[in-house]
Design a protein around this ligand. Structure first.
Ligand SMILES: O=c1ccn([C@@H]2O[C@H](COP(=O)(O)O)[C@@H](O)[C@H]2O)c(=O)[nH]1
Length: 246
């Protein structure tokens, strides 16, 4: 479907758990090939800070630090400078903060990484959260665009502001590809294997659909971490997503 996808990553597993013990147990269980990328979000990072990032890196994982920064440009730039020194592979910012804020965040990230002698993490801009639907967009955010137009607009903004890509639903990937360059990344949460409860997610697809729609990477939390056998769940999802191109 569409053109060839330049880059596919192993699934990113959202380690949304409350304690260090639970996180480390998952890290150790997920030491399989191909390695998942571990997504550390607000819950774990606010609790444990950079130590939990280092614990994942010591075990050889790439880390996606998903803190979704959104503040005035100067504050975001200074915070991203700090995150740039952690050696993470991906991090996030809200496109809704505007192009000046995203550009400031990208500059701060580059400067922090350079000061630490590290590669610059890939900055991903959140477009519309996958828990948002058309009703919320129109009735609560008072946006007049359709959801896909809003996501496309944020993707253009993010690319101009030097983000490496966006976070969106796989449902919007093809529309984003129409307005961005070929190496711009589309990272897609809202992944639900057939039969798994949507929960708070609204714009969902299966791992296979994400593959077909051209997602560069899928983000999966509960369908892996809440299973009795998270490793088996990860491997099934990984095979579905990284299946050979037809
Ligand atoms: O639009 C977004 C942006 C980030 N997320 C994050 O992805 C995972 C999804 O977890 P599930 O348990 O698979 O629903 C979670 O960490 C979110 O913070 C997102 O869902 N949507």
């Amino acid at each position: 479907m569409g053109g060839k996808i330049l880059k596919r990553y192993s699934p990113m597993v959202a380690i949304d758990v409350a304690t260090e013990d639970e996180a480390l147990t998952l890290f150790d269980r997920l030491t399989v090939a191909p390695r998942p990328i571990l997504k550390i979000g607000m819950e774990l990072y606010y609790h444990l800070g950079p130590a939990i990032v280092k614990a994942a890196q010591r075990r050889g994982f790439k880390v996606f630090l998903d803190l979704k920064l959104h503040d005035i440009p100067n504050t975001v730039k200074r915070a991203m400078y700090v995150l740039g020194q952690l050696g993470v592979d991906f991090t996030t910012i809200h496109a809704a903060g505007g192009s000046e804020m995203v550009a400031a965040g990208a500059a701060g990230l580059r400067a922090g990484a350079a000061a630490a002698g590290l590669p610059t993490p890939q900055l991903l801009a959140i477009t519309q959260l996958t828990s948002i639907d058309e009703r919320v967009l129109h009735e609560e955010q008072h946006v007049n665009l359709s959801l896909v137009e809003s996501v496309q607009s944020y993707a253009r903004l993010a690319e101009r502001a030097r983000a490496a890509g966006v976070v969106c639903s796989a449902q919007e990937v093809q529309a984003i590809r129409q307005v961005t360059g070929p190496d711009f990344l589309c990272v897609t949460p809202g992944i639900r294997p057939a039969g798994f409860a949507k929960g708070d997610q609204k714009r969902v697809v299966t791992p296979r659909q994400a593959h077909e729609l051209g997602s560069n990477a899928i983000v999966v939390g509960r369908p892996i971490t809440q299973q009795a056998d998270p490793v088996a769940a990860y491997q099934t999802i990984e095979q579905e997503f990284l299946a050979e191109e037809d």
